[in-house]
Design a protein around this ligand. Sequence first.
Ligand code: ADP
Ligand code: GLC
Length: 476
Amino acid sequence: MLNILNVTSEVIPFSKTGGLADVSFSLPSALSGLGHNVHTITPLYSTVDRQACGVSFTEQVVDVVLAGRLIQFGVFQATTPAGVKVFLLENHDLFTREGVYGTRDGAYGDNHLRFAFFCAAVFEVIKRFNLKVDVIHCHDWQSGLVPLFNRIRLQNQYRTVMTVHNMGYQGTFPGVIAPEIGIPWDVYNPDGVEFWGQVSFLKAGLVYSDRVTTVSPRYSREVLSPEMGYGMDGILRSLGNRFCGILNGVDYAQWNPETDELIAARFGIDDMSGKDVNRQALLRHFGLADSGGPLFGVVGRLAYQKGYDLLAGIIPKIVELGGMLVVLGTGERAVEDMIRTAAAGYPDRVSVKLEYSEAVAHTIEAGSDFFLMPSRYEPCGLNQMYSLRYGTIPVVHAVGGLDDTVIDVDADPAGGTGIKFSPFEFRAFCDAIERAARLFGDDVRFGEVRVRGMAKDFSWKNSAARYAELYQAVRK
Ligand code: ADP
Ligand code: GLC
């Protein structure tokens, strides 16, 4: 049995901007299910629904001093259904905001302070609550200073694992802020936290942790190139076998069409009749009449990474093929505007909701015929795996975790579960959409592909066991 402490900036049901929140919930749950003792530490944002999430005050306040500045955190707690104890750290100056990292106009200007103090607070919570810790598992740049502080403030008392969920987010700040957050100049160099004249929280995590992982095997190879590694490729290469890719899993307690309470009708491989009920419910929700053609769905952060510029361009093609498109997403203003503008010409066939809604995300997974993920890059991606379980055929750019989890129907007619395209170009995406429309027109094949996808098992079983092996390997 291992004592594992997760440090993460978002975790459902408390906070979520993307897949990190799903994984920060489901991986600890799976590890707890394997018999390990698992804790999680995360900020208590003002957007957390304390009552609904069972969050209560522990009556403890911890002091954190960085560079002579004192910040206090009220320590709150909640326990997840799987028995994972979550500590939530409250500080109004840092975490009482409209957003988690920023607004749609950009990131908050003091994120370095917010997350540096958060990282330093982790050690105070361990001490105050006398937590047994074999491994601290840090997620993404927001927890990147944990391994650094462990080295320079605690003489490497703890073993640390760093998981990079997205190499494109590095937590870089002007070098001058280093002294403000307790980073001494002697680690501000290329072998330490300095990254092209800036402080990088992610680099601190990569350099000072005992092991580094990312969230799919293919992405772990891709990031060894400068472009996909966003300049961190050299560091990752230097880690050798201390770096690996472990595929994310799916929490089928939440994403299962047989039990999903958020969808109009339950269905499964043995009884697909509910699938059409969901399609009609989805069209109604988005105010579209059924054209009888394929219904394409999209759910995602509207960010450059996701390749929605290709999506905007493909809309006329979808309409020409008799199809319909529903989009749910929030994110960068420029991407929102682009999607809205592209959709505006086809109000009968294309409907966009620029909002965040768990229920609508489930409605789209359940009701669509195809799910589009034309991501430029995708470390793992969860929605293609959710789609497979809901009989919604994924159409994806063959990259990262998308390539690892989807099998192309033409490359493998007997085993295919979706449609993949490459390279990341309009022509290739267009061809994929045409293939989807043809597949939709062939009832028998369409049904077979659907059911094959639904039978795939991406549960955490295997991946959680791989993390456990990794923790075991670094344990003192
Ligand atoms: P990423 O973490 O890069 O955003 P993932 O595919 O790993 O991509 O995970 C995205 C998660 O966020 C999924 O659970 C998806 O359903 C959810 N999601 C993204 N945007 C929205 C939205 N507007 N409303 C509801 N859920 C969303
Ligand atoms: C990131 C990635 C996504 C991955 C998620 C969870 O946000 O963009 O591909 O699925 O983290 O690991």
